[in-house]
Structure formats: C-alpha cells, structure tokens
Design a protein. Structure first.
Length: 144
C-alpha cells in the first residue's frame, strides 16, 4: 500500500498481525499519536484486512470470518480527534478457536470463537464502565 498510495519514504509504517484487535489498536495508537502533538499536522491512515481459508469440512462459519471472501477497511482518524483517549475497556485471553497449520488450510472452531467474542465483549464493557462514569451499554454506544 505504501508504494500504491505514493507515500513519503519518511512516514512510519507498522504492521500488526492479530486480526481481531490489530485494527482497533492501530486506530487507538494513531489517535494518541496525532493528539500528542509531537508531529504537528501529522495524519494517520489505518488499513485493515483479514483473509480466511477456513477448513472446507466446516459446516458453518462465523458471519464475519471472510470465508471465501477478502475484506478490508480503512480509517483515517481526524486531525484533531475529539475523543477521550482514556475511555476504553480491555479484556483478553488465549483461545484456540482457529489455527493455520499451513498457508492454504485453516482449522476453525466457530462455537469456541463465538463464545470467546461474547465473553470478551461482556468483560471489556465492564472494564470500560469502570473507567467511564455513567456508561450505559445501549445509550453510550452507536450501532450501525
């Protein structure tokens, strides 16, 4: 993407490999960098993508896993982000819901994956609520 977009060779390029969180972490890091003011006029471009080659023997997959599709998203945080950089909630644990034993084959346990996401959503929200007073799940967050 660097060459395709004609970006300066003096820009910073970071590649992160944890698809489930990498884009969120990149947006947070970019917003914090811009908000810090250490590079006046700096801009951040986050490009996220994931490719899944899910095991063909799997009967069903997660709705967002990208099975036989390629997906991507990009976001450019605003130059002056009007966000509270301290408003977040974290929760994670290691789970073996998918593995890629070779470049052309994935193993997926979609039930384990779904319940891991739901567990993390619940506990990340609880951690967010502990940091941000007056948080209500339905009222605080926009839905699409």
């Amino acid at each position: 993407m660097h060459d395709f977009l004609g970006l300066s060779r003096q820009c910073r390029v970071i590649e992160a490999k944890q698809a489930c969180y990498a884009a969120t972490g990149a947006v947070q890091m970019g917003a914090a960098y811009v908000a810090s003011g250490i590079s006046p006029g700096a801009k951040v471009l986050v490009i996220a993508t994931d490719v899944s080659v899910v095991d063909e023997r799997v009967d069903y997959t997660e709705a967002g896993d990208g099975r036989r599709r390629r997906g991507g998203a990009r976001q450019r945080p605003p130059a002056n982000p009007d966000i509270d950089l301290g408003a977040f909630g974290n929760y994670s644990f290691e789970t073996l819901d998918s593995a890629r034993p070779d470049p052309t084959f994935d193993i997926a346990d979609v039930d384990v994956s779904l319940f891991a996401y739901l567990d993390c959503l619940k506990h990340a929200f609880l951690a967010y609520r502990d940091r941000v007073e007056g948080t209500d799940f339905a009222a605080t967050f926009d839905s699409w």
